[in-house]
Design a protein around this ligand. Structure first.
Ligand SMILES: [Zn+2]
Length: 58
């Protein structure tokens, strides 16, 4: 868990998500903190908890 480097507000509770863009790497989002700091954040695909998994057989 990280927090804003400016005011310490938790990163998972941004005051505003300005925009989101899907890229080949994941979802790129611009979020604005309560202190006004704007952060560019990359959320790789698959970082969320998996809803299903398959283990390949040898
Ligand atoms: Zn902040």
């Amino acid at each position: 868990m990280s927090a804003c480097g400016n005011c310490g507000w938790p990163d998972d509770e941004p005051s505003e998500v300005i925009s989101r863009h899907r890229t080949s790497e994941g979802v790129l989002s611009y979020v604005r903190c309560v202190c006004g700091r704007i952060e560019l954040r990359m959320t790789p695909y698959g970082s969320a908890s998996p809803i299903a998994a398959v283990t390949p057989a040898d």
